[in-house]
Design a protein. Structure first.
Lengths: 362, 645
């Protein structure tokens, strides 16, 4: 694994709009500053290693005081993540990380709070907390490692597994339709929705950067390979022979083209408004969809989340699908406190306890 | 009619009869009787405003200086079908010129706004008591709805009572005929007419109610004036009609109260103030994570009003998120609190276990209600004791604090915070529906009388090599350091997986797990709590009555009656249920018999028997209502008789 980013050291920009209340690092940080002394205990070959290295080498870029960064996780393979980062961290209980992080972020606006979760933790047992964190728009960055399988419990199907998945708990195939995590997030009023892939460090870090810059809750789905129980789940997006046809790299303000030489494009059907893939020609080139991550309506972003073939993963968009501004929950809560003090003055305990109806016994 | 009966056993002080001089404001021809105590119950439809009426009478009474105790009793449905038995809402108030302990066993006066209210409450009213009925509502249809074959006002079935037949609705509408209000709106002020009448009967001050109504309806001045008019009309009705020949005075309970400034307070309000006080006295911002649930929601409502104290209230998506957010805030250095009732505790159990493992301070406030499952949302019970004690996976000890009275909910919140902060542990505070909604006078403390709860955060590495170990314990308290994010050099990771004592690193080592389980238990067992006080004026009692929580008032009132009849009985009341006071063992062994009254099937008795091998006798009731003093007096007397002690 390359650690070039980390070894170079980083002063960090420290200028992220979402993190202005977080103290800045006083010295240059490098990747090794963010490695804890704990032995990493994922299976050899797990995609989590690549994500960990990408995050460790990305964090110096934030230029934040390390002690003001917190990683909160739930339960599952991915949720061991905080133990391997030399920041403050909590490995909590199954599915509850968004709730715990919400309490931390709303009471401590001087912290940069990250949630690490998986497809089981975040979408099954903790689905309720995830959708409510998204709609509230708390200043949290949620990294959802999606390997489409339960790893830590040794190989049951997950809420993102394809229908008919043969697993230990579904010997005749799973019956339930999977969630599309990004469709779900958009339906839950998420203000920032992105997808990336464990093995593409450069892209992963560009998405993390965008998430960190976002004011409010950011959901980053990271396709992550579980080489033990669901190996190759995302090979279509990784193999040099197929990835160009399968992957659609979204960039804000750019026409959505992919394939060798950008021969394929995404078009909106003028009749139905739906999106479809077609070969780019001189005649249709002007009609290629131009990606607008900041569009007020989530409709096109939603259509993009539905583009991929759920079985082959062909036409899978990666990058930032949606990034819009909306008031941030913890900021609003802080403002209400400030307003209350401005209107009524700081609370006086003696006055509060006394109230208005009293009598005296001599 | 002049009957104002007294239960002879219940009367601690003999009623003073006579004093028939008319008082200012009470016209000639009216007699005034002096009473030592009165129990009034207002009963009507859920939409009749009985809780408001009771609250106002209570506030007038508190301001007058009587001791008092209240029992609101209302259905879980917001508006059950009008005029039906399930829709009846009532408010009972006991006030006296001496110190009292309960809302009273039986009302001396029942105000029944409709046939349903009469039928649902008459069984509790002793013969000879006064019953004031709104005759306008006693129509054929309304009577049939609750199964009255004949009109009880006419068929002689109320002959044992002193019945006042008052056309409350008609009189109210008549009084408001010039108000411009539609008849339907005018009728709604009939509860204020009733309040005015009762205020006349008992010489209550009236200014408070007038200014209350003006404030409450500040945006609808015509409604405010209509209610005030109805209130005054009720007063004047008592003053002029011959049906009410006698009014009653209950002198202020001057001797019952130590000097000081007083107010009336309900349990949930006292608890809310206690939490704010704990925040102020610890210097930690208060963070409440909560999900609405009866009868705890009022704490969420109250705390959300006090943002200028830096109080953050978070209405979560569910019970689990409520406690999760509170725990996250505690990790960040806040005073984290979650409030709920029994069903919510069940959902929070896993997170409480996490807090035990993380060893972070956290307050879990359980306003108990009738269970299991949804049970009786608006009724009281104390059946969550074993849930609080044991309701988690693994060995997960959690301290338990339980207030005995509504006002004590204030100090209980401070005490729970002291334990949580000192020992870095989640703490249960067990209140219940009776304490939550009931109210009593409270001596207002000065802030500097309250305990200092400042708890230092860890600020520096605690190892010789300059590193920081999150589980390196204080040798006295066994508490681990509380190092909050933002503290440079103390970056660390904590979690629910077993960890090595000291370093906090993940550890599956068998000996370490055994050590950690025992250490977490030893930490809770070692919490310093005040010794149990025993009340035994005779000094020679051989029977101990041991209680906990809201049964304090009824037990103490029952004990008083037994003692007044010459019985010798000792009383002790637990405010700490985990750990128990260190002297409990000795106390229990000092008596031949131990009687444990509880509003469950014997949960404290179970704990006491298991822990101390004491043959405690359980006396239980799970009706959703508090014990009556008489019941407990009988139970105590039965013990004394069978034991010949």
């Amino acid at each position: 694994m390359s650690e070039t980013n980390g070894h170079s050291g980083h002063n960090g920009s420290g200028t992220f709009a979402s993190l202005t209340l977080v103290p800045k690092a006083t010295a240059t940080q490098s990747m090794k500053d963010f490695k804890s002394d704990q032995e990493v205990r994922w299976c050899p070959g797990c995609g989590d290693y690549a994500i960990l290295a990408a995050v460790q080498s990305f964090l110096p870029e934030l230029g934040l005081a390390r002690e003001n960064i917190c990683f909160i996780s739930g339960i599952g393979c991915s949720s061991r993540f905080p133990y391997y980062l030399n920041t403050y961290g909590m490995h909590s209980i199954h599915g509850r990380a968004p709730a715990i992080a919400t309490g931390l972020a709303t009471s401590r606006r001087d912290l940069s709070v990250w949630v690490v979760t998986g497809d089981g933790d975040g979408l099954s047992i903790g689905g309720n907390h995830l959708i409510h964190a998204l709609r509230r728009n708390v200043n949290l960055k949620i990294l959802l490692f999606n390997n489409r399988i339960y790893g830590l419990t040794k190989g049951q199907y997950s809420p993102t597994s394809e229908v008919g998945k043969i697993t230990k708990s579904t010997p005749m195939g799973s019956l339930d339709a999977p969630f599309n995590p990004l469709s779900l997030a958009l339906g839950a009023e998420a203000t920032f929705v992105a997808r990336t892939i464990d093995s593409d460090r450069k892209h992963l870090q560009s998405v993390l950067r965008a998430a960190a810059e976002h004011q409010g809750t950011a959901l980053v789905e990271i396709y992550q390979n579980c080489n033990i129980f669901n190996d190759g789940a995302f090979d279509a997006l990784k193999d040099p022979g197929t990835r160009e046809q399968a992957l659609i790299r979204l960039e804000h303000g750019r026409p959505v083209r992919f394939g060798p030489d950008g021969a394929q494009g995404v078009f909106r059907d003028p009749e139905t408004g739906e999106l479809a893939v077609a070969t780019v020609t001189e005649r249709n080139e002007a009609r290629i969809l131009v990606h607008d991550a900041h569009a007020a309506s989530p409709a096109t972003a939603f259509a993009l989340t539905r583009l991929a073939d759920p079985d082959t993963l062909h036409h899978t968009p990666v990058g930032v699908l949606r990034s819009v501004r909306r008031p941030v929950y913890d900021t609003l809560m802080g403002e209400q406190l400030d307003t209350a003090v401005a209107q009524r003055g700081p609370g006086n305990l003696a006055t509060l306890l006394t109230g208005s109806d009293t009598w005296t016994v001599d | 009619m002049t009957s104002q009966v007294h239960d002879p056993i219940a009367t601690d002080v003999a009623p003073i009869d006579g004093l028939s001089t008319p008082l200012p404001g009470h016209g000639p021809g009216k007699r005034v009787k002096q009473l030592d105590r009165v129990v009034i119950r207002f009963a009507g439809d859920s939409g009749d405003g009985m809780q408001l009426t009771g609250d106002r009478f209570t506030t007038e009474t508190a301001g007058f200086g009587n001791d008092l105790s209240t029992l609101p009793n209302f259905p879980a449905e917001i508006r059950a079908p009008a005029g039906t038995l399930p829709g009846v809402s009532s408010f009972q108030l006991h006030f006296a010129d001496h110190d009292i302990l309960t809302p009273g066993d039986a009302p001396h006066v029942l105000v029944a706004m409709n046939p349903a209210a009469l039928k649902a409450n008459l069984g509790d009213v002793p013969r000879g008591a006064e019953v004031i009925v709104n005759t306008d509502e006693f129509t054929k249809r309304a009577l049939a709805k609750v199964g009255y074959g004949a009109d009880p006002l006419e068929d002689g079935s109320l002959s044992a009572y002193a019945v006042h037949r008052v056309p409350l609705t008609t009189l109210t509408v008549e009084a408001l005929k010039d108000s411009g209000l539609a008849r339907k709106d005018a009728e709604r002020a009939k509860n204020m007419f009733a309040l005015g009448l009762l205020s006349w009967m008992y010489h209550r001050p009236t200014e408070g109610t007038e200014s209350f109504l003006r404030t409450k309806f500040a945006k609808k001045p015509d409604i405010a004036e209509a209610n005030i008019t109805a209130f005054k009309a009720g007063w004047n009705y008592g003053e002029t009609t011959e049906d009410f020949a006698v009014s009653y005075q209950v002198a202020p309970a001057t001797a019952a109260f130590p000097p000081g400034r007083y107010r009336n307070i309900s349990g949930n309000l006292a608890l809310s103030y206690g939490l704010i006080a704990a925040s102020q006295r610890s210097g930690l911002p208060l963070f409440l994570g909560s999900y609405p649930i009866t009868p705890a929601s009022d704490i969420l409502h109250e705390l959300s009003k006090h943002k200028n104290f830096g109080v953050r209230t978070f209405q979560a998506e569910d019970e689990i998120a409520g406690i999760g957010a509170a725990l996250g805030a505690a990790f960040g250095g806040a005073l984290g609190v979650t409030t709920t009732s029994g069903p919510g505790v069940a959902l929070k159990s896993e997170t409480i276990g996490l807090a035990v493992s993380l060893e972070l301070p956290l307050l879990v406030v359980d306003i108990q209600r009738g269970g299991p499952s949804t049970g009786l949302p608006t009724k009281t019970e104390q059946a969550d004791l074993l849930q609080a004690m044991y309701g988690r996976n693994g060995e997960a000890p959690v301290p338990i604090v339980a207030p005995a009275t509504a006002a004590e909910c204030f100090t209980a919140a401070l005490e729970a915070a002291r334990i949580a902060l000192t020992y870095r542990t989640p703490v249960f505070l067990l209140s219940d529906g009776y304490l939550a909604n009931g109210s009593e006078p409270w001596r207002i403390p000065e802030p500097d009388e309250l305990p200092d709860l400042h708890t230092p955060f860890a600020t520096a590495p605690n190892r010789p090599d300059g590193s920081f170990w999150p589980y390196l314990r204080d040798p006295q308290t066994l508490a681990r350091p509380w190092a909050v994010p933002g503290t440079p050099g103390l970056e660390h990771r904590i979690g629910g997986i077993e960890k090595q004592d000291g370093s906090g690193n993940i550890s599956y080592d068998p000996a370490n797990h055994d050590h950690m389980v025992r250490t977490r238990q030893a930490k809770i067992d070692g919490i310093t709590v005040p010794d149990l006080e025993v009340d035994d004026p005779s000094g020679g009692a051989r029977l101990l009555v041991l209680g906990w929580g809201s049964t304090y008032g009824p037990i103490a009132a029952g004990v008083r009656r037994v003692r007044a009849a010459g019985g010798r009985v000792a009383q002790a009341h637990l405010r700490h249920l985990n750990p128990f006071p260190a002297n409990l063992d000795r106390v229990l062994r000092s008596y031949d018999r131990v009687l444990v009254p509880e509003m469950n099937l014997g949960q404290l008795a179970h704990l006491v028997r298991a822990r101390y091998l004491v043959d405690a006798t359980s006396f239980t009731q799970v009706t959703g209502l508090p014990f009556k003093a008489e019941q407990l007096a009988d139970a105590i007397t039965a013990q004394l008789e069978t034991a010949h002690v």
